[in-house]
Design a binder for this molecule. Structure first.
Ligand code: ZN
Length: 351
């Protein structure tokens, strides 16, 4: 049997004022020397300056602001790591800050610490980074964070729409796992892990079962969602791929990102995709839709702010994205007419 390396986060701190304990956690991990704190123009005020203040007495700290999740920003951060002679990177922000820092840290061979200011998708704990390169968003392999510091007070202060989007990204795991099982059964492709699959499905179930209470918002909802997002990241680490967290519903979302001039949030699009992919799998798609409605996440094209035509185009072209990843979309090979019927039947478009 061949060997397999699983890289996992070593310390995870979730709770109110967790940022105030960041220096203690990092020292406990044996980190020392210089820290590069990366944020964007918003998150620097939300939590970046606070993290720097807490780190300063123990580490020599430099701060950098990023403007987007492009490959150019990754290269610039790599130079910042080098110029400041930093031993590790602390990413304080949402998806873009975390993705750029994650990849730059991997490329420079230093540790990366994730300090999410929102819980909008599972990138806060995973080893994957979504980066814009030559006009397209590509998923690149990096390392998972050595530590995750999730301050529930800070995250609860972010717009509720982001949390709802994070929930939709978790509920999407229902179809990711079904696609993974299908691929393994049909193609014997992508080594299957029962543990990773069960962990991912369990995270989705917890969020689905808690849909009503999550809607009330607040720190308890944040805690529940953050833990589920971290579990999804761990599932990916166990699998050694994004298979337990990304299937046909993610292909649909990536297709929308490519063709829509003003796409919705990643999790929102994956949630809508999950309704339709569950329909294709012959599962209980109404339960998915109802959970998303309870949470307050979009379930229709109109709610994401996308035209019906784009939904149909994305359904047809989604199979061209990462074609080696076999999913229900490759199984069904939808025509334009079939895509339209699917979107109508599930109420995603009004028809
Ligand atoms: Zn996702």
């Amino acid at each position: 049997m061949k060997t397999k390396l699983m890289q996992l986060p070593r310390s995870v701190l979730v709770g109110r004022d967790a940022i105030d304990e960041i220096a203690e956690v990092l020292r406990g991990l044996g980190l020392s020397g210089r820290a590069l704190v990366v944020a964007d123009s918003t998150t620097i005020d939300v939590a970046g300056n606070r993290a720097t203040e807490v780190l300063n007495p123990f580490f020599k700290t430099t701060s950098e602001i990023i403007t987007g999740a492009s490959i150019e920003e990754v290269r610039r951060m790599e130079r910042c790591i080098e110029d400041s002679d930093s031993n590790f990177v602390v990413a304080v922000g949402g998806g873009r800050v975390i993705d750029v820092s994650k990849l730059a840290a991997k490329n420079r061979g230093v540790h990366f610490v994730s300090v999410p200011t929102a819980a909008a998708h599972d990138g806060i704990a995973s080893s994957r980074a979504s980066i814009k390169e030559d006009g397209n968003t590509v998923s690149k392999g990096a390392n998972p964070p050595i530590a995750i510091i999730a301050d529930t007070g800070v995250i609860a202060g972010a717009p509720y729409r982001l949390l709802a989007s994070g929930c939709a990204d978790i509920i999407a795991k229902y179809t990711s796992v079904l696609d993974w099982e299908l691929a393994y059964e049909k193609k014997k492709a992508d080594e299957y892990s029962e543990y990773a699959s069960a962990l991912s499905r369990m995270s989705a179930k917890i969020i689905m079962d808690s849909a009503e209470t999550i809607k009330s918002g607040g720190e308890e909802s944040v805690r529940k969602v953050v833990k589920a997002l971290i579990s999804c990241g761990v599932a990916m680490s166990i699998a050694g791929s994004s298979r337990p967290a990304s299937g046909s519903e993610h292909k649909f979302s990536h297709a929308l990102d490519m063709i829509a001039s003003n796409p919705g949030l990643h999790g929102e699009q994956c949630g809508v995709g999950t309704i339709m992919m569950m329909y294709l799998h012959g599962g209980d798609w109404r339960r998915i839709r109802d959970a998303l409605i309870s949470i307050g996440a979009p379930t229709t094209a109109e709610e994401i702010g996308i035209t019906d035509d784009l939904i149909i185009d994305a359904l047809v072209t989604a199979r061209e994205i990462r074609p080696q990843r076999y999913t229900i979309l490759e199984e069904k090979m939808l025509s334009k007419k079939q895509a339209e019927i699917l979107a109508c039947e599930t109420g995603v478009i009004s028809g």
